[in-house]
Write a protein of this length. Structure first.
Length: 422
């Protein structure tokens, strides 16, 4: 039986696995490395975060993005956006050098058994672990507006459903949303010859400013320090002190997690949008229906005015909503016992352990507990070290299943030959 099963091989999962292996834990990590970045983001996109704030985490800090770029002869300077395909390659490089071997199969179910958990892979193999860290990224939490649900994927998709946008060349596409995903998707579509517009619910677009120079007079740094989430003391607190953030009152944490660092475009995509993309502000889709040529959208406009719009395809760049109910790979008897906060996400303790002993969570789903940094790669460093400390504490305290009603556990089955590895 493994000490820790890590489910997910993105920035958080790989970082956790690196710290766990360095701590001497017997760890197994599952998932296609950097799958979200490789398979669910269109070619031509760039990393919004600063290169120095986009490191995966190993205990010695040897395998950062800067080191990878240097090994390729590429500058990773402050204020210089990194292409997403380069970041994906960096993640694979990190996996080869700083993490234990990755089992690229998908885990389809995590169920309890006495003293731990049983993970089932896509091909039916079961693997046992005393603890589990779920680092499943954002894809289980895709959010599409209610008015668009139920329409065919040929007509409506989420921005995370595309590794490329070539199939929309010379077609009419409507993008919904006002954040970076919406604006950069629209810019790429326009530049490849698509007829594209963006529908934004707000009455204006918001743009991140060009970051201040790295080297500045001391008084400017004191007034507005650099941080992994952008300049300013508030961003510094969110990005550099997630442990203190967790001590805020729960209503305050929930409010900040829902509103801080809201939809905005990166400074370097602004000209591309303003020069080639139609932007319709103050528009909200109220209904949608299929037509012979695609989709007809009913919209509510400024002042309550109603309108209609016909398009061939809708891309909803409408973000993600991390809730307990969307953790579908968890067996129901585990998922149903997780204590949740006001936003529907499972609550986590100081070491990222959920209310189910031995089950640890990482990434977006912990943003209500540890702050906005958990929505970005930058949060992986704090998460990895803290979570592995919690796993070691749990292993010292006894079997993960202690404290869970016996009726909630699945009995451990008699394994078939070669069916269970440990």
């Amino acid at each position: 039986m493994y000490d820790l099963l890590v489910v997910g091989a993105g920035p958080y999962g790989l970082s956790i696995a690196s710290h766990a292996a360095a701590a001497g834990l017997n760890v197994r990590v599952f998932g296609r490395p950097m799958a979200s970045w490789r398979d669910h983001m269109p070619r031509g996109m760039f990393l919004k975060s600063e290169p120095w704030a986009s490191n995966l985490s190993d205990p010695e800090g040897r395998w950062g993005l800067g080191a990878y770029c240097a090994s390729r002869g590429v500058a990773a300077g402050h204020g210089q956006p990194i292409p997403l395909d380069m970041f994906s390659e960096y993640g694979l490089w990190f996996a080869r050098n700083a993490a234990p071997p990755v089992d690229e199969r998908t885990v389809t179910r995590v169920a309890p058994l006495i003293g731990g958990f049983r993970a089932t892979t896509e091909d039916g193999e079961t693997v046992r672990g005393r603890t589990v860290a779920l680092a499943v990224g954002v894809l289980p939490f895709v959010e599409i507006p209610a008015a668009l649900r139920g329409l065919s994927p040929d007509l409506v998709s989420h921005s995370s459903h595309h590794a490329g946008l070539d199939r929309f060349r010379d077609r009419d596409v409507t993008v919904i949303g006002g954040g970076q995903a919406a604006l950069e998707t629209a810019a790429i579509l326009a530049e490849q010859g698509s007829r594209v517009r963006v529908l934004v619910r707000a009455d204006r677009l918001y743009w991140n400013e060009v970051p201040p120079p790295w080297e500045r007079p001391w008084w400017q740094s004191v007034r507005s320090p650099h941080s992994g989430l952008g300049p300013g003391w508030r961003n510094w607190f969110y990005s550099e002190r997630p442990g203190l953030y967790r001590r805020l009152a729960e209503p305050t944490r929930a409010r900040i997690a829902a509103t801080a660092l809201g939809p905005a475009g990166a400074w370097w995509v602004r000209e591309r949008v303003e020069s080639g993309v139609e932007v319709l502000l103050g528009r909200e889709v109220t209904a949608a229906r299929a037509t012979a040529g695609g989709v007809r959208l009913d919209t509510a406009g400024p002042g309550g005015g109603m309108g209609t719009l016909e398009t061939e395809h809708v891309i909803a760049a409408t973000g993600f909503k991390a809730t307990r109910e969307r953790l579908g790979l968890l067996a129901g008897e585990v998922r149903s016992t997780l204590v949740t906060g006001a936003d529907g996400a499972p609550e986590v303790g100081r070491d990222f352990e959920s209310s189910y002993p031995g089950l640890f969570l990482a990434g977006l789903i912990t943003a209500a507990g540890f702050g906005p940094a958990m929505r970005f790669v930058h949060g992986a460093t704090f998460t990895a070290g803290t979570l592995v400390h919690g796993v070691r504490r749990r292993l010292r305290s006894g079997p993960a299943g202690w404290g869970v009603p016996a009726g909630r556990r699945e009995p451990e089955p008699a394994p078939a030959p070669d069916a269970v590895r440990s």
